[in-house]
Design a protein around this ligand. Structure first.
Ligand code: ACO
Length: 157
């Protein structure tokens, strides 16, 4: 599928169906998603009007917005859509007047750490034992237990 010529990213309006199937790809806990989703902007990417990806922006302070969730439908992963969404989120956060954009991911999420650092995010803090204390089941990726949340930040100006 040639997604580049067909992709459209639109913010979900109040009352529109939230794509929990996509959000759960990035965050396996519906309970955790419910803690932020109703106070966030939800940006959905459509290819030929099919929802194929999502990212979620949550304002954490006057000058900072966090990407709380980013996900691409499984069969379209690895084709550049995630990178495109990260660029889109950076442009949106800049236009919305924020000074910083942040994102958190697990210590075991090697591909995500690569993607975010390549997009200009720098590691600035660690939420120690976040995943072991907040999630009921242990999470493993790349043969590593996901224990801590690594926080990354990009300056927007
Ligand atoms: N292994 C290593 N590198 C990879 C892989 C892989 N399996 N897949 C892609 N990459 C590289 C690409 O080569 C590319 O690098 P490049 O810029 O040097 O070419 C880079 O990663 C970005 O690749 P994309 O194709 O843009 O990534 P994708 O469209 O798959 O989106 C995402 C990335 C969002 C992580 C997607 O794979 C996904 O939805 N995964 C499941 C959900 C998830 O983990 N979400 C993030 C959780 S953290 C959070 O939500 C805040």
């Amino acid at each position: 599928m040639n997604w580049q010529t067909n992709i459209q990213i639109r913010e979900l309006a109040d009352g529109q169906t939230i794509p929990f199937d996509l959000l759960l790809l990035a965050d396996p806990s519906r309970e955790m998603i419910d803690r932020y989703i109703h106070r966030s902007s939800i940006l959905v990417a459509y290819v030929s009007e099919e929802p194929v990806a999502v990212y979620v922006l949550y304002k954490t302070s006057e000058d900072t917005v966090e990407i709380k969730n980013i996900a691409v439908v499984t069969h379209l992963q690895g084709k550049g859509i995630g990178k495109y969404l990260i660029q889109h989120s950076i442009e949106k956060a800049t236009q919305d007047g924020f000074r910083y954009i942040t994102i958190g991911t697990g210590n075991s999420s090697l591909e995500q750490l690569y993607l975010y650092q390549k997009a200009g995010f720098d590691i600035f803090s660690l939420k120690e034992n976040f995943f072991t204390s907040q999630y009921p089941e242990p999470i493993y990726e790349n043969g590593i237990q996901c224990k801590h949340m690594i926080m990354l930040r990009k300056n927007l100006f």
